[in-house]
Design a protein around this ligand. Structure first.
Ligand SMILES: NC(=O)C1=CN([C@@H]2O[C@H](COP(=O)(O)OP(=O)(O)OC[C@H]3O[C@@H](n4cnc5c(N)ncnc54)[C@H](O)[C@@H]3O)[C@@H](O)[C@H]2O)C=CC1
Ligand SMILES: O=C(O)[C@H]1O[C@H](OP(=O)(O)OP(=O)(O)OC[C@H]2O[C@@H](n3ccc(=O)[nH]c3=O)[C@H](O)[C@@H]2O)[C@H](O)[C@@H](O)[C@@H]1O
Length: 438
């Protein structure tokens, strides 16, 4: 059944969700306070680099099934269901800043005159949904006939469209069968494809989301601490991870050691979880997360220190080539990018940092020079840092690059380069945790 769906907030999550909702047959309006973003989306263009998103935007803005607006009056009583896809960035002390969600509710609620379902998708601390429902009901003419549900989102940037259309699970945090029925209509297509569904209360839904991100972060920090062990004891963390991964109970995913996790989600979500755990006096969880964070920070610091060490203890005036600026391959997102943290530290230590990334565009005022090709980055470089593992970096020609660089030294911060090929071309290859790699 075709529903009228609004998506409030059209950032990474909201733009993809709106396009996905149109793709599964609903009539959709996306709304945002950013008129430039709305104009781009309304023209069928994607404001972000995300594989497969633009074709959906083109198709459904042309068909009229997908529209965009900045005017809440267009969505309020029009939609059968409103999705909240607002940002929840880190606030002071790392607690989630809920002001975007609150502002959206304040704009929408006074116009809700009929029974309405509002569904949160943003990642929030446990307890948020009930607070927002209270705010909504206090402001809405429809009062208690407005209900809130929580349906957290698990998409990965770079695979956002695929994850939206074919999620590996759906979580419906609801308070009534009416809300559940409506969500089942919204997701009728994935549900026919036997997608597992967890039906639960609001608190469980909120916690599932933060637990998932915390577990992924923990897995990465675990393997990075094993990389430190391999470095200290003389072992190979990649082979170790492969061997762990063959155990189905463990799995190979999220066991790639290196520079650690970044992005707009994992770092802020685990910090917010630690803050909430402390508020609720669950100190063990806060301590676990602090250890995960400390390991992650340590990887960035170590890479910067290692670079200085390789250049004899002083990088003043040294030209350093950085390959990669996005927080991971497949996206142009540079939020909390490990690569940029390292670049910033080296810049602060006096180095001349030159960055190449296939997609991410840095603000013109940034402290480094961004260039359009790997060759330009490497020309005259005293050291090369491989910090975001774009697939194209794996097929670089070390012989050709060796003729451009001043020193043939490369630190592979993501353990993805084929070290023997680079060594054969005369390069010194540094990989933390691969002390015994061949
Ligand atoms: N980026 C991702 O891959 C995923 C994000 N999430 C969660 O989804 C939420 C959104 O994340 P992103 O899309 O990355 O954030 P974002 O910052 O890219 O998008 C938020 C959007 O909301 C808009 N906005 C702010 N105030 C508004 C208002 N009052 N009314 C309407 N629009 C308003 C902003 O202009 C912006 O376009 C966060 O809670 C995040 O943790 C969850 C899963 C995946
Ligand atoms: O809540 C969110 O917003 C999303 O956060 C992550 O998705 P994303 O931020 O797109 O990125 P990931 O693929 O999880 O990677 C996060 C970081 O971990 C790093 N990483 C990942 C895997 C690994 O083995 N090692 C590793 O260092 C990546 O380079 C990247 O910096 C989760 O994977 C999504 O399920 C979730 O929906």
């Amino acid at each position: 059944m075709t529903l009228r769906v609004s998506v409030i907030g059209t950032g990474y999550l909201g733009a993809t969700h709106a396009a996905g909702m149109a793709e599964v047959g609903h009539r959709v309006i996306g709304i945002d306070v950013d008129p430039v973003r709305i104009a781009v989306l309304a023209a069928g263009r994607s404001p972000i680099y995300e594989d497969g998103l633009e074709p959906l935007l083109v198709r459904h803005t042309r068909s009229g099934r997908l529209r965009f607006t900045t005017d809440y009056r267009e969505i309020a009583d029009w939609a059968d269901v409103h999705f909240l896809a607002l940002g929840t960035p880190a606030g002071p002390g790392g607690a989630a800043d809920l002001r975007q969600l609150e502002a959206a509710i304040d704009s929408l609620a006074p116009m809700l005159t009929k029974p309405t379902l509002v569904v949160g998708k943003s990642t929030v601390p446990v307890g948020t949904a009930l607070q927002l429902q209270e705010r909504l009901r206090a402001l809405a003419p429809a009062g208690d006939r407005v209900e809130l549900a929580w349906n957290p989102e698990f998409l990965r940037e770079g695979f956002a469209v695929e994850d939206t259309l074919r999620p590996d699970r759906l979580v419906f945090g609801v308070q009534s069968t009416a809300a559940l029925d409506l969500l089942e209509q919204v997701y009728a297509i994935p549900l026919t494809e036997a997608t597992p569904v967890v039906r639960c209360d609001l608190a469980t839904a909120e916690l599932i989301k933060t637990a998932a991100n915390a577990f992924l972060a923990t897995k990465i920090s675990f393997i990075n601490s094993m990389a430190q062990m391999c470095q200290a004891a003389g072992g190979d963390v990649v082979l170790l991870a492969d061997a762990l991964g063959y155990d189905k109970r463990i799995g190979r995913e999220f066991l790639n050691a290196g520079l650690g996790f970044g992005g707009g989600c994992l770092p802020k979500d685990i910090r917010a979880l630690a803050v909430r755990a402390t508020e609720l006096e669950v100190d063990v969880l806060a301590q676990l997360i602090e250890a995960v964070e400390a390991i992650n920070e340590g990887q960035r610091a170590e890479l910067a220190e290692l670079t200085v060490e390789q250049l004899g203890g002083d990088v003043t005036g040294a030209r350093i080539a950085v390959l990669g600026a996005a927080f991971k391959p497949g996206t142009d997102d540079t939020r909390n990018s490990p690569a940029l943290t390292v670049a910033n530290r080296l810049h602060a230590a006096g180095a001349r940092v030159v960055i190449y990334d296939p997609q991410a565009e840095l603000a013109p005022k940034a402290d480094f020079t961004q260039v359009a090709t790997v060759d330009e980055a490497v020309t005259g470089a005293e050291i090369v840092l491989h910090l975001t593992e774009w697939p194209e970096f794996r097929s670089l020609d070390p012989v050709a690059l060796g003729a451009l660089a001043t020193n043939k030294i490369i630190i592979d911060g993501r353990l993805k380069l084929h070290a023997p090929t680079w060594r054969d071309a005369g390069w010194k290859v540094v990989q933390i945790g691969r002390a015994t790699s061949l």
